[in-house]
Design a protein around this ligand. Structure first.
Ligand SMILES: O=C(O)CCC(=O)C(=O)O
Length: 274
């Protein structure tokens, strides 16, 4: 499976973000990607007050454009995330379209990003956003793929659940920042890949030092062995790689971690499983 990860800039103008996406798809089409992945909030500045202004319903203008592009280019399009409005609530939502433009997955960010790092990054998504409540895995001809959004990936339980549901790769549209990026981005992606023996793809927007939230960038792809296949820095651009999801099975056979789990002892004192 050839996966392309686009680390694009986020403009204030939704149309400009759409135009930019089309230019990238045109640019990479000769490399024949199977799956193209975008970053978190790829068409909306990452600021809580902007989310309601950019939000659209499922099936809205942006959704239609994404579905159309997936079909036009014959690709799976894991379209980063966008602000979604449904019944008056706003979600941080990731859609995936198949090669015919049909929506095959939808993940609403389940863990909202509320942090206050002393002397560093502050953010409170829960001021505006409602959390989703699902673990998301979808099927392709290459194998099953899990999907979550940025802060979701900090919770190993969710990644493990996707893997228990068959995921051989996990896609994470994300936007770490200049505080938590250098501290945790690489170790988190490599750690999840090693624990779950699966590919992980983290795709960020490009770094814009003029933005109110400065993204770390560092779009990366990690193998089931924990090797960083490629990692960008903050620049605009893309990476593209051929991966064989069967490699996850091979690593799981050679180093049988998932089958050696002792779920009988993974309980807290009151008996609750985690
Ligand atoms: O977990 C982090 O450090 C960053 C998370 C984030 O930026 C997000 O969830 O959007």
């Amino acid at each position: 499976m050839k996966i392309a990860q686009i680390q694009s800039r986020v403009y204030n103008d939704k149309k400009k973000n759409a135009e930019q996406l089309k230019l990238y798809l045109e640019k990479i089409k000769s490399e024949r990607p199977d799956l193209v992945m975008l970053g978190e909030m790829f068409n909306c500045p990452y600021e809580t007050k902007q989310f309601p202004l950019y939000a659209e319903e499922e099936g809205g203008e942006t959704w239609k454009m994404l579905s159309h592009l997936a079909k036009e280019y014959g690709i799976y399009l894991a379209a980063g995330s966008v602000p979604e409005i449904a019944e008056g609530k706003i979600y941080n939502t990731a859609y995936v379209f198949d090669r015919n433009g049909k929506q095959i997955a939808k993940h609403r960010k389940a863990h909202l990003f509320d942090i206050q790092v002393e002397g560093g990054q502050h953010f409170k998504e829960s001021e505006i956003l409602t959390a989703g409540d699902k673990c998301t895995v979808f099927s392709t001809e290459f194998g099953k793929i899990g999907l979550c959004i940025c802060f979701d990936f900090r919770f190993p339980e969710l990644a493990r659940m996707m893997v228990l549901r068959g995921a051989k790769m996990i896609l994470v549209p994300a936007a770490f920042n200049m505080t938590t990026g250098p501290a945790h981005w690489d170790v988190m992606f490599r750690g999840r890949a090693v624990d779950n023996q699966c590919f992980v793809a983290g795709t960020s927007s490009a770094r814009d030092t003029g933005a109110s939230y400065v993204a770390w960038g560092h779009t990366l792809l990690v193998s089931p062995w924990g090797d960083v296949i490629e990692e960008m820095e903050g620049e605009e651009g893309y990476i593209i790689h051929d991966v064989d999801l069967k490699e996850a099975d091979s690593i799981r056979r050679q180093l049988p971690l998932l089958s050696a789990r002792r779920t009988d002892i993974y309980q807290s004192e009151n008996g609750a499983e985690f």
